[in-house]
Every structure is written in C-alpha cells, then in structure tokens.
Design a protein around this ligand. Structure first.
Ligand SMILES: NC(=O)c1ccc[n+]([C@@H]2O[C@H](COP(=O)([O-])OP(=O)(O)OC[C@H]3O[C@@H](n4cnc5c(N)ncnc54)[C@H](OP(=O)(O)O)[C@@H]3O)[C@@H](O)[C@H]2O)c1
Length: 343
C-alpha cells in the first residue's frame, strides 16, 4: 500500500485553502520502524482549529510548529498494522498526535492512548474524545460551576462548546450558548437543553445578554475571543471566571492574537479570573473526565454529533469547514475504513 500525504507547502496568510498544501504519494512504510515504535494506519483525523496555528509559522506560543515540507500534524486515531512494541500489538487502536497521511511510525509511549474495545472509533474521537475531555478539563477545575450560576459559552454548537453547555446544564447552571445560524441554535435548544441561545451572526449580543441575564455572567467559556470576549468581560459578576479555551475568530487573521479592550480595573475589583488552559495541562483529570463523560453518555444525557467527511484527498476542504462554520459538531476526516482500506 502506498502512503498518501498532505505536506505543508506554504504558510497561509489568510483563510486556509488547498494551495497551502502539496499532495504526495510516497512508498509503503512497512519494515522501517525503530525498536519500541509501531506503524499506525490512521482511520480518523480530527480537524482541530488550532492546526491553523501550528502551520502559521509562529514560534512564540508554546504550540507545535509544522515545518514546510512536513506532513500536517493532527490529533488522530488509527490501527496498529506493524509493531515493534509488545505492549501495543497489531490490531489495537491508538489515539494521539498523527498527521495528514495514511501511515506513520510513532513511539506509543509518547502520550498515545489505547482505545478500549467496545468504544467505536467515532465515539472515541467525538463524545469521548479529546474535545469532550477539553470541555470537562476546562470547565470543571477552572470554572468550578455551581448550580444556579450563569454559564456563557461561545462556539456553543461546536465539538468543545456543546459538551461545555451540557456539563453546565447537568450541573444545574443557567446556560447561554452563542452560535451561528438557526440550525445550530435549534439543536442547542432542543437537543442539548441549553436555556438561552444567541445567534452571534444575526443578533445584538450585548442587548440580548442584558435582557437574558441582567445580573451578569459567572463563567464565560471562551472558544472564539475578539469582540465576544470583550462583551462577556464587561458582564462578569464578582468572582467570575473567564476560561480561555480558544480564539478561533482570529486564527485566520495572520497576526498575533491579542486581547480585546477589557476594563482591567473591573477584573481587579471584581476578583475576576482569566485563565487559559490545554486539556493536557490537566492530565491527572483525564481518566475522571472520560469516566464521567462515559457515564453521562450512557445515561443519554449528552447530545452529540460528529461530522465525518470521507477522503484523505479532500482534507484541505474538510479542514476549511471549521472556519466557515459548516461543520455540524466534531469535524472528522475519515481516511481509512478501519479495516485497512484507504478512503
Ligand atoms: N484549549 C484546548 O485544549 C483546546 C482543545 C480543543 C479545541 N480548542 C479550541 O476550542 C475552540 C472550538 O474548537 P472545536 O474543535 O470544538 O471546533 P468547533 O467549535 O466544532 O468548530 C469550529 C466552530 O467555530 C465557529 N467559528 C468559526 N469561525 C468563527 C469566528 N470567526 N467567530 C466565531 N465563531 C467562529 C464555527 O461555529 P459557528 O457556526 O457557530 O460560527 C465553527 O463551526 C477553538 O477555538 C479551538 O482552538 C481548545
């Protein structure tokens, strides 16, 4: 089997398109691994907005940097097709850092996780995947949500945001979700049980917030940054918590992502906390997150949808859907069928 790849051809200066990447078909990689490594055939690649940061070339923000000519990195799930490591046998499924190609040799002890039998690959990337874990690890330790508190979530209909909203609902918060377009708002209200929804593309957010929660916001889970962060910061209550998860509104800007104008004295006098995080900063919580999310899912408490788009050749267009908002839930590219057949 040959190894299809998408390599980074040039750094994007605006929206990402096919011209940023070079498609290449290289030889099969079997028989080339080092001791301890395994060869993984990727099945599902997670389209994570922050890949846009990894390919930007910025080197000052702790995130990985994809070099020109290298395969684009992506969180991925695949099956082990060759093993030099007895703890990771052929046929087992693995999640961790993959890349936009069919096959990759990895050291499985470097942060990779085996997927339990009985969990479907799509669930392992969706409702029990890294974005759901991110939702849990951001909201629980940093937000410390309590029943009756007001939780505002941007990017609310997305992969991370929809789980944040529902954890808040389960814990008894009053949840307000911001998303783009009537379909996403309907899904949030009817399927996710979000109390109030605002179409950030069509409605006046400050006016709507002032009408819905004149008392203000206790927790703001920020997936987008920019003007929405500014609006939320101006409405935080005493001891409020702003959780910085992502800044997708600015990823395509081609510039360093800076804070919007925020009244800093309000934060000081209000004892309001702003905290950024990555899921991996909370490694010790990941087993708890997976167990709790799994229980809630089994109890039917979590609505979720995964937008699985087939084809490695279509990856640039699939990835770009994150930035137009055409994805409905966790955006996954299927690049093989799980039985070893490329898609
Ligand atoms: N800190 C971490 O560890 C971590 C981990 C995973 C993800 N994240 C961050 O979490 C955020 C959500 O990621 P996700 O994977 O769950 O993606 P997602 O929300 O499933 O998909 C991205 C969504 O962002 C919205 N969007 C796109 N451009 C926007 C803009 N200019 N302004 C406002 N909204 C915009 C779109 O929804 P609408 O149709 O509603 O506009 C789009 O569907 C991202 O910022 C990502 O970087 C952080």
């Amino acid at each position: 089997m040959s190894n299809r790849q998408w390599l980074l051809a040039r750094r994007p200066t605006g929206p990402v398109g096919r011209s940023c990447f070079e498609y290449r078909v290289s030889p099969d990689r079997r028989g080339q691994g080092a001791p301890g490594q395994v060869l993984v055939q990727w099945e599902l690649l997670l389209c994570a907005p922050t890949i846009r940061n990894w390919i930007s070339g910025a080197r000052d923000s702790y995130h990985p940097v994809v070099e020109i000519g290298d395969p684009v990195l992506a969180p991925a799930l695949g099956v082990i097709v060759e093993s030099n490591n007895p703890d990771f046998p052929i046929g087992a499924r693995l999640f961790g850092t993959g890349s936009w190609q069919d096959q990759q040799w990895v050291d499985p002890s470097a942060g990779y996780r085996l997927i339990p039998e009985g969990t479907s690959s799509v669930d392992a990337m969706g409702v029990l995947g890294i974005n759901a874990v991110t939702a849990y690890c951001g909201l629980m330790p940093i937000g410390q949500p309590k029943a009756g508190e007001v939780l505002l979530v941007s990017g609310a209909a997305g992969s991370v945001g929809s789980i944040v909203c529902q954890i808040g609902r389960i814990l008894g918060c009053k949840v307000i979700g911001l998303a783009g377009g009537p379909d996403k708002l309907r899904w949030l209200r009817e399927e996710c049980g979000v109390d109030h929804v605002i179409d950030y593309k069509a409605e006046n957010i400050p006016a709507r917030l002032d009408a819905i929660v004149p008392e203000g916001v206790d927790i703001y889970f920020d997936n987008v940054g920019g003007a929405i962060l500014e609006t939320a910061a101006a409405r935080m209550r005493q001891a409020g918590r702003i959780i910085l998860c992502g800044q997708i509104a600015a990823y395509d800007s081609g510039r360093a992502i800076t804070a919007p104008p925020i009244d800093m004295m309000r934060l000081i006098y209000g004892g309001i906390r702003i905290e950024g995080f990555l899921a991996r900063h909370h490694m010790e919580r990941i087993p708890e997150a997976l167990e709790t999310l799994g229980q809630w899912n089994d109890q039917g408490l979590l609505a979720h949808r995964e937008d699985v788009r087939a084809g490695l050749e279509q990856l640039p267009e699939t990835f770009a859907a994150l930035f137009t908002g055409s994805n409905e839930g966790t955006l996954l590219a299927r690049v093989s069928d799980g039985e070893g057949n490329p898609v």
